[in-house]
Design a protein around this ligand. Structure first.
Ligand code: GLN
Length: 283
């Protein structure tokens, strides 16, 4: 077989598909574009081009690792979110398109704040939420917290990459612990929310992601309880709290907001129509 782009891609697609990988062709294209350091479109334009053996070997190595259910984002070391290409590794949750709605909501709120506005991001991981907000709201500033030092080094790298490092402080600790005494216009979080006994039922790829970023305790709601309990002390009057929630969690979490005295509490759907965000105002 000639190692043309077309042949190499179709062979890899078949191998991935035989192992029931969800999006075999797309994954093969992303990985080959990564090896060749080109855009996916180029793979079509140059589909007859013969590849050097070295590229074929590197690509095959990535496909073999993908067959072991390692997420594509960990193999390329990148994931696009809000139109920005973030660095990721196995110490952070891979940013999901579902989370863009939360990012937009908080960004739009801060855009309207006179003098910019300062927000906290609890469990920042790769920094995708906080850094995207800073990128789109030039006057905003952030404090981003994570309990994992390894995650924070990924987030710091991304803050440098997108030139927002001068507007964000990274703090290592458990939720609000490193923020004592600070007051924010907004608090945002995509906390771990999978019930512990569901972790082992997740897709093999998700099981490769940090448990620390997924495990929300027995009913998946531990972090919402803790965040709601402390949030009022850390918000200005009229400030907002916005969190991502998992399947079937929106109404329970909305009730937690109401019980804590939040007003204008809203449930917002993501692009697939799933109830994905709960947000409310503190007054
Ligand atoms: N959205 C992730 C998933 O469904 C979970 C992320 C989280 O727990 N915050 O796999």
């Amino acid at each position: 077989m000639k190692y043309s782009i077309k042949n190499v891609l179709s062979d890899a697609t078949q191998r991935l598909s035989a192992q029931k990988i969800d999006t075999p062709r797309l994954d093969a294209e992303i990985l080959l574009a990564h090896v060749l350091n080109c855009r996916r479109l180029t793979l079509y334009i140059d589909s007859e081009k013969i590849l050097p053996l070295e590229s074929v070997l590197r690509f095959n190595d990535l496909i073999n690792r993908r067959l072991k259910k390692i997420p594509v984002a960990y193999l390329t070391g990148t994931k696009d979110f809000m139109g920005l290409t973030f660095a990721v590794n196995e110490n952070v949750l891979v940013p999901r398109p579902d989370t863009e709605i939360l990012t937009e909501l908080v960004g739009e709120f801060l855009r309207e704040r006179v003098g910019g506005g300062i927000f906290a991001d609890l469990g920042t991981g790769s920094g995708a939420i906080a850094i995207s907000i800073l990128k789109f709201v030039k006057s905003a500033r952030a404090m981003a917290v994570d309990i994992s030092e390894a995650a924070l080094s990924v987030a710091k790298f991304n803050a440098e990459k997108f030139h927002v490092a001068d507007r964000i402080k990274f703090l290592c600790g458990d939720l609000f612990a490193p923020l004592e005494g600070k007051i924010f216009d907004a608090i945002v979080s995509n906390p771990p929310y999978i019930p512990t006994n569901e972790l082992k039922t997740l897709q093999a790829e998700v099981q490769r992601e940090p448990k620390l970023a997924l495990d929300g305790g027995a009913d998946g709601l531990n972090f919402y309880r803790r965040i709601l309990c402390d949030a009022p002390r850390f918000l200005v009057d009229g400030g907002i709290l916005a969190v991502e929630v998992g399947i079937n969690q929106s109404s329970v979490v909305k009730n937690l907001f109401l019980a804590t005295g939040f007003v204008d509490v809203e449930i917002i759907k993501d692009l697939s129509g799933l109830e994905r965000v709960v947000a409310g105002k503190f007054s």
